[in-house]
Every structure is written in C-alpha cells, then in structure tokens.
Design a binder for this molecule. Sequence first.
Ligand code: CA
Length: 454
Amino acid sequence: MDHHLRQISRRKFLATTGASAAASIFLKGCLGAPPEDTPGGTAASSPTANPGTGVKAGQEPEVQTAKLGYIPIVEAAPLIIAKEKGFFAKYGMPEVQVDKQANWGAARDNVKIGSQGGGIDGGQWQMPMPYLITEGLITDGKAIPMYVLAQLNTQGNGIAIAGKHQGKGLGLKLDGKKAYFDQIMAGGTRFKAAYTFPKANQEFWIRYWLAAGGIDPEQQVELLTIPASQTVADMKRGAMDAFSTGDPWPYRIVADKIGFISALTAEIWKAHPEEYFAVRKDWVDKHPKATKALLKAVMEAQQWCDNFDNRTELAKILSQRQYFGVPETVLMEPLMGKYDLGEGRKIDDKSMAVMYWKDSKGSVSYPYKSHDLWFITESVRWKFLPKEYLSKAKALIDSVNREDLWKAAAQDLGIAAADIPTSTSRGVEEFFDGVKFDPEKPEAYLNSLKIKRV
Ligand code: CA
C-alpha cells in the first residue's frame, strides 16, 4: 500500500476507533507493519498523532524526510518521541529518520558529510558543537555552517565518582579538598576525570565543579575523553575516578554499586542550558517549511516529554534496545527527579530532573542567545577558543542561533504568547558557588573566576 493510501486508511481507522494499542496491532497485521508506524515494535510505542493533520494549506514541507542523529542519553528524548508519537508525521514529515550515533565524534563526522553523503542533516548537540562545526574547528578546517533551532533540554546530567573515593567528602562543594587531590598526586598519579566529548558541556561541568572548589582541572586532575559505552566498565575496573555525562549513566553507576554522584548539574547551575537541536544551514535554507515542521514536531514532543504523567511511558520507550537498551527502572528514577546519589544523599524533587519544555526559569525549548554566549565565554576561559571570540561572539551567535525560526514555529503552533520569550537574553545567571554571569559583561565573569587559562 502506498504511503498516501496508508495515511488515509490509518486516519479513517483512528477516527472510528480512537488511537489505541489495539489500533496499532490491527494496523500492523493489516498493513504489513510499515517501519515508521512500528519503530518500537511494541504496542506501547505506537504513534498517537494522525499523519498530516498538523499541515496547514500552503505549509506542506518541501521534503518528507530529514536525517537526525542522537546519542542515547535523556537529552535525545524529544527527537525520539517526535518520531515514536508520530509528531514528525503529523506535520507532514513521516519519513524523518532518528539515527543513533556511535558517539559524538561520529555525529560530527556524519553532519560533516550530510545526508547526501550517507550522514545526517543535524540532530542533538552539546554546546558549542554547532559553533565549532560552523567555524571548521572540529571538522579538519572544513567550515560547515549550522543553525541552532531549539534547546532540547535543561538539567539531567551529573558527575559520578568511583566507589574508592567514598567517604572522602567529594560532594557538591570541594572546598578544603585540594589536599586530597594533592595526596593522589603525591602517589605518582592524578585524579582522572572523563567525559564523552572534549570542549563541550560535559567537560565544562566537570571543570566548573572542580575549579569552584579550588581544584585546578589541568594541574591536579587528568582529563580524558572516553566513549559513553566504556564509561561504566572503565570506572568498574578503576581506570577512571570521575565522569560527567547525561542521565541515565551517572545513575547507573550508583545502581550498579560502582560509585556515587557528587553533583547533579542542576545543583551546579539550576535550569542550566544543556543540549540543542541544530541542523546544517544549507539544509534549513533549502527547506524552510520542512524546518518549521521539524521544529513544531520537536516542540510538541518536548511538551509531551515535560509532562511527568508521561514519564513512565517515556522511560519505557527510551529503554528499548534500539534506543538506549537499558532497564526501564534505571531511566525511571532520574526522569522523576529521584536520585539516590550514594553516600546517603538522596534527592526526590521533580524540579531537579531533566526538563524539556519549561523549567524554573521559563522556556526550555527557546534557544537563548545569552546561553550560547556563556558557552563561548567558558570556551575562552579554558583557552579552547582564542580571546578574540569574545569580541566576535555577537556576530557569530547572530549567524548561528535562529531563535527567529523558533518563534515563528511557536506562533504557528499556537504557543501562548506568555511562553514565547521576548528577549534573547535570560538575564544574569548564578552558579552554586555564587559566581554570576551577566551576558552584558562576559569579561566581568571571566575576571571574577579564580581558576582560568585566559
Ligand atoms: Ca549532556
């Protein structure tokens, strides 16, 4: 049956019976299980949005497909849900592919070649990866301009510590712990801290946490890049003392009794910016209507993911083998803001969980330019980017951050005006150590930091 007919029969069927698990089973039997209808292979993950129903006249997307990459951490949920719940199909893009990437380096390589070359058009990114790719700084000098279209989530990350450091007071605040790190150095080694991709969120969180406690991350610590799939095993065999990544991996360290969590990133910086939806500029410029459709589907998925009533189902969908391949229970607790951090520390507070649509500071999905500026400023702090980037940041951010496209899609989607930010700045940000970042004065922030390379 061709796609159009399938859509009609599906719509008719859903109209007469209501979307349900039974509908999905019936459709599978009747229509030969089209891949976009059964990506999860279970009744629980059947789409609930009717294909094409969100497309207004004149807004038909130029293409029905896009290839989007993701990494199996909670940040990816809006992309997976937009596919699983049929939101891409609803906005006229039933053929969107959401493809698991082996690691961040593979995602970067795949966006470099684009879907034309068998890669991806965009997807989930840590910051400031879309900027580094745009500038050709991590793509062997080849500049691939990208657009940041939305933020996927805030919070939802943590710093895990190996069990051998239990009882040493390595919690959120490391004040007074410098001697402990020095003692490890005196033994001829250094405290090893890992993340899955350098010079982006995860490295920033671990560096921020260490430096706030007076530990120089370049002198008293050895920083390493390790593929996510290896982190648990490496910590188990003692090759690593700490690692920084997205849920559910820190939680798994505790669940598997390998270590404990010293800090949730939500404790380091409440409602902090985390990962983003960004797509190649050439793809977006060529497909403005499809871009809007993708954005609407992602936003609708974000609203769905944000609802705690849906999070049991979200855990079930994400846990499947083709997505994260982890037990549902490992996902469920962090998604509900329940963290057993180990060392007797427990958090049971939904406001500390990963957020997808709204958090304590307002919009999650809207990509604030002030946050892109923090990531660039932090890159300058550690000399990942030369200092000139502070003066060129505004022009660069204006060329990469397409908050205007986000707003147009939000208005089209009928998002309440109160939920559409009126400023590209979220204003002054405050970290757990009292340090403040005023987006109007990034230099003042840098000056206020004790440990830095600039
Ligand atoms: Ca992350």
